[in-house]
Design a protein around this ligand. Structure first.
Ligand code: ADP
Length: 492
């Protein structure tokens, strides 16, 4: 790709995932879709991604990979150099630099369980390597846009790193996006010195330091060091300022709220669009819903279920407390009295065991797929009737947006991005789903009951489906907000 000289905004997105090369959740979708949407608006947005195992193979199979690497970069960590080969791929028009460093990025499980300092090393490397990248690749952004704790050491390094702070502090403005404040990158602080950070970075007397109850919080360091903070929905930017949602950082967020704003995520309509999705049985759109019926039949067939007149409910997401799995499990028996449920989830073995157990009990009402399957996800979004999102908290949530695009009507708890994107059909003529407030199985069952009843009235239901499908959850409006933010920083 040749560089467009008209680009005024140059931004490097730094994230640990980027779909389709690596994805464990919404972060992977966003790290790919946001730069793409920014480029469509004329910004020169690029991304950097670790070569986790399989990433280079995937890039090569998709024909994204250039034959020759761009060279190597090196970062000093723990008093030795860690070097990475830098590859360039063009992923849906977005230049993505991939860092090949097998020693740090070789794990299958990319996120650590423990808090030992060494567990942070791959992410410290990613953050510091992003600062080395411009020299290696010959392209220099004005903005470093770091996503979540995995890239949080980048803004912090521009403030406290003995080498990078004096060298590049004035070179880059940094934006930090919180995708989920529940995961903050908390580690033992013993690593800091070896990573090159000054002792000021952990000076508890300084309320802006990375010190967090005796440990190191990478996210706190980014929040207090960056130029601007965004969350992935407006509602979430308010929620995290409260103790219930701030996971201990609510005070820090309140202190930083002058530079905080919420910008809603979108979905990539080139990927999530029933009108041209190659992974579903038949294409359809809001004006012709007949294809959805075919998708429903195909899904039933795949699950070896006959259509018995019950609606198909679906849950696609991480099996984690955040996603409301506890109340879903509690509600399950009542829920499946007059509906069937498909669960596509990965994560906690505890939840999966409980689901497997219940599936054995009622194989005709519950289908549990444990694992991550993009292909099955497309089939389930297209073939189901109602989508469940009973989250305890939800920074934005992409699944309900995707479900809407496929005319699969969401039943969601009114929290975070769910409250920003789902409008209850009883509250508004162009409602696109069913909301409940209390975090309880009863409240979930109440909302499902309302949805179940509405589903029984075919014409009215089709209107709700259309209303869901017509909501504009594309990236364009959100990408414009990011451009405004970059421009505001440039002119401030
Ligand atoms: P998260 O909190 O995990 O980021 P989001 O709703 O923002 O939740 O994004 C979840 C993304 O991951 C969606 O694209 C969803 O379709 C996908 N996803 C989640 N679990 C699975 C799974 N088991 N198989 C396939 N896709 C999944």
């Amino acid at each position: 790709m040749t560089e467009n000289p008209d680009f005024t905004i140059k931004v490097l997105h730094v994230a640990s995932e980027l779909a389709p090369l690596k994805k464990t959740g919404g972060l992977g979708d966003i790290a790919a879709a946001l730069p793409k949407a920014l480029r469509a608006l004329g910004a020169d947005a690029r991304a950097v991604l670790p070569a986790w195992s399989g990433v280079l193979d995937e890039a090569s199979e998709r024909g994204y990979l250039r034959k020759k690497s761009l060279g190597r970069l090196s970062v000093a960590l723990n008093y030795r150099p860690y070097s990475a080969r830098v590859w360039k791929v063009v992923c849906e028009g977005v230049p993505v630099y991939i860092l090949e460093q097998p020693e740090l990025f070789g794990a299958d499980n990319i996120y650590p369980d423990g808090i030992g300092a060494d567990a942070a090393l791959p992410f410290i490397f990613l953050s510091l390597a992003a600062l080395e990248l411009p020299e290696t690749v010959g392209w220099k952004p004005q903005f470093m846009h770091a996503h979540d704790w995995q890239a949080a050491a980048l803004p912090a390094a521009l403030r406290w790193h003995k080498y990078y702070a004096p060298r590049s502090n004035s070179d880059y403005d940094t934006i930090f996006t919180i995708h989920n404040i529940a995961h903050q990158g908390i580690f033992e602080h013993s690593g800091l010195e070896g990573w090159g950070f000054s002792s000021e970075a952990f000076n508890a007397a300084n309320s802006g330091s990375m010190e967090f109850y005796g440990h190191l919080s990478l996210m706190k360091g980014a929040l207090t060091s960056c130029e601007a903070i965004t969350t992935v929905s407006p509602r979430y930017s308010l929620e995290i300022q409260t103790p219930d949602y701030g996971f201990g950082l609510d005070g820090v967020i309140r202190d930083c709220n002058r530079k905080l704003g919420g910008i809603l995520n979108g979905i990539d309509r080139d990927i999530w669009n029933p009108a041209n999705d190659m992974l579903i049985a038949k294409n359809y759109d809001a004006d012709n819903l007949s294809g959805k019926e075919a998708c429903r039949s195909a899904l039933l067939k795949r699950l070896c279920w006959q259509d018995d007149g019950r609606p198909l409910l679906a849950f696609i997401g991480r099996l984690a407390e955040q996603k409301g799995v506890d109340i879903l499990l509690e509600a399950l028996r009542t829920l499946t009295e007059d509906a069937r449920l498909i669960v596509l989830g990965s994560g906690s073995a505890y939840y999966n065991n409980r689901l497997e157990h219940m599936e054995r009990d009622m194989p005709d009402a519950l289908y549990n797929f444990n694992g991550f399957s993009e292909e099955l996800a497309h089939m389930v979004y297209a073939g189901s009737d109602i989508f469940l999102m009973p989250s305890l908290f939800e920074p934005c949530g992409l699944s309900q947006l995707i479900a809407c695009a496929y005319g699969t009507v969401p039943v969601a708890r009114a929290t975070g991005g769910l409250a920003d994107t789902v409008l209850d059909v009883e509250e508004s003529r162009d409602g696109n789903g069913f909301l409940f407030c209390d975090y309880s199985a009863d409240a979930l069952l109440g909302a499902v009951k309302r949805a179940r009843r509405a589903w029984g009235e075919r014409d009215a239901w089709q209107e709700i489906m259309r209303s869901a499908m017509k909501k504009d959850f594309s990236w364009e409006a959100s990408a414009r907000r990011y451009i405004e933010l970059y421009n505001d920083i440039l002119t401030s």
